[in-house]
Design a protein around this ligand. Structure first.
Ligand SMILES: *Cc1c(COP(=O)(O)O)cnc(C)c1O
Length: 431
């Protein structure tokens, strides 16, 4: 294997001046078969440490890895040192993760929560204020409301009906407007599929940034990204993922990712090195396999979800559907959709007529669609957010985003849409 310092020269992104599409680059970018006996796929580098050629080289590698020296032209990437800092599988994966989102750099983590918590801890300090969108993934909600306050990091939130001015006033009313250090949003949100206007978040950052350093906007892009939503184009600084979901896509791996500017990613990388929240070589290898089919998988899932949601929207036992393909009664959400999303994706939530008992009867009657949390895999899943994924969210917070005990969340997989519809039809008959 050629050493890492020559790797970047092989990351060819264009052909005769024509820029190659990420769809093409997913099979090749960041890896050369000649490094590994001609293997067309990168092998799994199942090793914890790497042999360094000389003590002088070791000194240089550590200096670069710890940011003590600036890299020069020849070593535009740090040498391979130790598995918590780097590994070829990790680096190839991170190179590829930049492509669809158009980020300068990326990081892979051992889980989505590892990506989120490492990012928050890297960029926030005691006394700071975090502004976030209302409906968040349960784990993120817990970390912001129950862990960050222990470090004197306060938070305020906004929901989809708050105007720009409402949000500005809420930040000012917190008494920590001058300490606003991050804007964190999830769009579409889990489990309500509510959209947050990313351009507006960039404007909020402009409003409160004081010159020296821009307040970073972070976006959890797990539900639509990176295929159907690219937040960086809308002024977002850090894009976060649970790669366990669509990116992994086969319900067989837990992982996370962060994509963004070189500067911010380098700060987060520093925290990751000391927290040890990186992804292991085998996880990285699985994600490299998955990224090759990410686009066609997401496209097909979105099409199937379109057919399924059309069926559900007309069903008499369904009171309301929360899905990007059915925003008809909400012009403001439609406007955001048109601006920043390219398709509805595979997530559908809906209220069954009744409450917990009816929702449970429906879930227990499903035959093909599995009762399970998680999402984005090849098989369709359904769950009850009120008592499962979002059990830990306070009743007031649930109420404020419209999350009740009649809500079902579904992730549509790659089964034939007619079979999924038949399963839903018979399960709804049991309600
Ligand atoms: C699953 C999920 C997470 C957490 O990711 P893990 O890989 O389970 O740690 C974060 N955000 C969203 C939107 C998710 O769906």
């Amino acid at each position: 294997m050629t050493d890492k310092s020559t790797q970047k020269r092989w990351t060819k992104r264009n052909l005769n001046g024509r820029e190659l599409d990420p769809q093409t680059l997913m099979m090749t970018y960041g890896y050369r078969p000649e490094w590994s006996e001609g293997a067309i796929k990168p092998p799994i580098f199942q090793t914890s440490t790497f042999v360094i050629n000389s003590a002088e080289e070791g000194k240089r590698f550590f200096s670069l890895a710890y940011g003590l020296e600036e890299p020069n032209e020849e070593d535009d990437a740090a040498g391979l040192i130790y598995g918590r800092i780097n590994n070829p599988n990790l680096e190839i994966l991170e190179d590829r993760l930049t492509l669809y989102d158009g980020g300068e750099a990326a990081l892979a983590f051992g889980s989505g929560m590892a990506a989120i918590t490492t990012t928050l801890l890297a960029l926030l300090k005691p006394g700071d204020l975090l502004l976030h969108s209302g409906s968040l993934y349960g784990g993120t909600d817990h970390f912001i409301k129950h862990v960050l306050p222990r470090f004197d990091i306060a938070s305020v939130w906004f929901d989809k009906d708050d105007s720009f001015q409402d949000i500005v006033e809420r930040v000012r009313a917190s008494g920590r407007a001058d300490k606003l250090a991050m804007i964190y949003v999830e769009t579409p949100s889990n489990p309500m599929n509510t959209l947050v206007d990313l351009d507006m978040c960039a404007e909020l950052s402009d409003t409160f940034s004081t010159g020296e350093q821009r307040i970073p906007v972070a976006c959890d892009n797990t539900f639509l990204g990176p295929i159907f939503q690219q937040p960086i184009k809308h002024g977002v600084d850090i894009v976060l993922y649970s790669a366990t979901k669509y990116i992994g896509g086969h319900s067989d791996v837990v992982a996370g990712a962060a994509v963004g500017s070189a500067g911010l990613i380098s700060e987060i990388r520093g925290m990751r090195t000391f927290m040890g929240t990186m992804a292991d070589p085998w996880t990285c290898w699985l994600l490299l396999r998955s990224l090759e089919t990410l686009k066609p998988r997401m496209q097909l899932m979105s099409e199937i979800a379109g057919e399924v949601s059309n069926f559900l929207a007309e069903h008499p036992k369904i009171e309301r559907i929360y899905c990007l393909g059915h925003l008809d009664d909400d012009p403001a959400q439609q406007t955001i959709y048109a601006k920043q999303c390219q398709a509805q994706g595979g997530m559908i939530s809906f209220d069954v007529a009744g409450g917990e008992a009816e929702a449970f009867r429906f879930l227990n009657a499903l035959q093909i669609i599995k009762l399970a949390v998680s999402l984005g895999g090849t098989e369709s899943l359904a769950e009850h957010p009120y008592t499962m994924t979002h059990a830990d969210v306070s009743p007031q917070d649930k109420q404020s985003v419209g999350l009740t005990d009649k809500l079902i969340r579904m992730s549509i997989g790659l089964e034939h849409p007619d079979d999924l519809i038949a399963d839903l039809d018979q399960a709804l008959a049991a309600v």
